[in-house]
Write a protein that binds this ligand. Structure first.
Ligand code: PMP
Length: 420
């Protein structure tokens, strides 16, 4: 591999953005649930996979599979080249300047743990702070708590308003001389709130504090450009971007990654091994110990091609229209309360229904073939902030249409009638 950027994805093909045609590309959406057509409104938990991604996994194992970076034979070289190419696709998708800034991991959670252990832990001292927000997923709370606990440091949360937005003044106040990292979610997996991450990065940088962006719910819904954002780290998962589960990516600025020690030892991450000592490989390989999910990584690249060809601007417009339609429709249902009212909301809406436990809502909707998520959505502190222990959440992907939202609304109306 050389340091050149991969070619830019094809220009947005607006004309091709037809939810019905898109739906047809997802084999699972043809299956019936409870004898009814599947209405899948849980893409925030995981997106379904288009046939071309499933086909890429299959064809990779059928035609291209061997271990990577090890063999001199043609098949291993081909697999290595495809794996390298996938890294270039992630680089181009995220807008990173250098392919070495992309580290393959298992998921967004592992990417955050990598930063917690290899970047933060070595420099953490008693009294230090990691600043997160009240709307974080547990993946962006617990890893920091574990390393902070070991070092006598602590995790501090910036508050959110009743509208489910960040209080930027309060966040700025909490960035002090003790803050070692600001780690903030771009799009909330519960409220759908879009946080002003560029502003937060600028704020933190003015005080010399690095920033990690949890983009697990962002990169599949809107264009991203890490170089323009100037964030220090950004994490995402392939399974939420129409790719396979078990693969994720960490973006880190080259100079930061370069200065970090390894966090897992093994094959591929070394330069020279001896019993007297071992030297480590260059980035990003230093952070990729052992055989990765090679086929999954190649199929992740295919998923990013799929999204790139749709055009992220077009995806954002389509999903914004769906969310607006959902907000209007849900507002008509008696006893339904939507969590938060952010000015900018993407992809997810969480709600409660008077008299009905979220679990019951989920189970009753399932009888209609409608899949939504219920529970705390790995965001217990956020639910506590709203005085709740659980909620129901609908979330959309490229294959959803207004008809899906209408099916949900009809189902919720029936349930409201049963419980009120
Ligand atoms: N952050 C956010 C905002 C998420 O929504 C999720 C997944 N629900 C994660 C992090 C963790 O993602 P994964 O389980 O793929 O590691």
């Amino acid at each position: 591999m050389n340091g050149l950027r991969a070619p830019a994805p094809a220009p947005p093909a607006e004309a091709a953005f037809d939810p019905e045609a898109l739906r047809a590309q997802f084999p699972i959406l043809r299956t019936k649930m409870q004898g009814r057509p599947l209405v899948y409104l849980d893409s925030a938990a995981s997106t379904q996979k288009p046939a071309r991604v499933i086909e890429r996994l299959k064809s990779f194992y059928e035609r291209d599979y061997a271990n990577i970076h090890r063999g001199v034979y043609e098949l291993s070289q081909r697999a290595s080249a495809l794996h390298d190419e996938a890294r270039r696709k992630v680089q181009a998708f995220l807008g990173a300047r250098d392919w070495r800034e992309i580290v393959f991991v298992r998921n967004a959670t592992e990417a955050i743990n990598l930063v917690a252990y290899a970047f933060l832990r070595p420099k953490l001292e008693p009294g230090d702070e990691i600043l997160v927000t009240e709307m974080e997923h547990h993946a962006n709370i617990v890893p920091w708590q574990i390393v902070a606990g070991e070092r006598g440091a602590r995790v501090v949360a910036a508050p959110i308003t009743d509208a489910g937005e960040l209080d930027l003044d309060a966040l700025a106040e909490r960035i002090t001389g003790r803050t070692r990292l600001v780690s903030v979610v771009w799009v909330s997996n519960v409220l759908g709130t879009v946080n002003p991450v560029a502003e937060i990065v600028a704020l933190a940088h003015r005080k010399g504090v690095p920033v990690l962006i949890d983009a697990a719910q962002a990169v599949q819904h809107q264009p991203v450009d890490v170089a323009a954002l100037d964030c220090d780290f950004l994490v995402c998962s392939a399974h939420k971007t129409y790719g396979p589960s078990g693969v994720g990516a960490l973006y880190g600025k080259a100079e930061l990654l370069d200065a970090m020690p390894p966090w897992q030892g093994g094959g591929d991450m070394i330069e020279k091994v001896g019993f007297e000592g071992t030297t480590f490989n260059e980035i990003p390989f230093r952070f990729e110990a052992g055989t990765p999910d090679i086929a999954g990584i190649v199929a992740f690249g295919e998923a990013l091609d799929f999204l790139g060809e749709l055009g992220l601007e077009a995806v954002a417009r389509h999903e914004a229209a769906l969310i607006a339609h959902a907000q209007r429709s849900l507002a008509q249902i008696p006893g339904l309360r939507v969590l938060g009212a952010p000015k900018e909301r993407r992809s997810a809406i969480a709600f409660t229904l008077e008299g009905a436990h979220p679990q019951d809502i989920g189970m009753l909707l399932d009888l209609d073939g409608i899949a939504i998520r219920t529970g705390h959505h790995c965001a217990m502190p956020l639910h506590e902030r709203f005085g709740l222990s659980a909620s129901a959440r609908m979330s959309v992907g490229v294959y959803n249409s207004e008809a899906d939202i209408d099916a949900l609304t009809a189902g919720l109306r029936r349930i409201a009638g049963m419980f009120q």
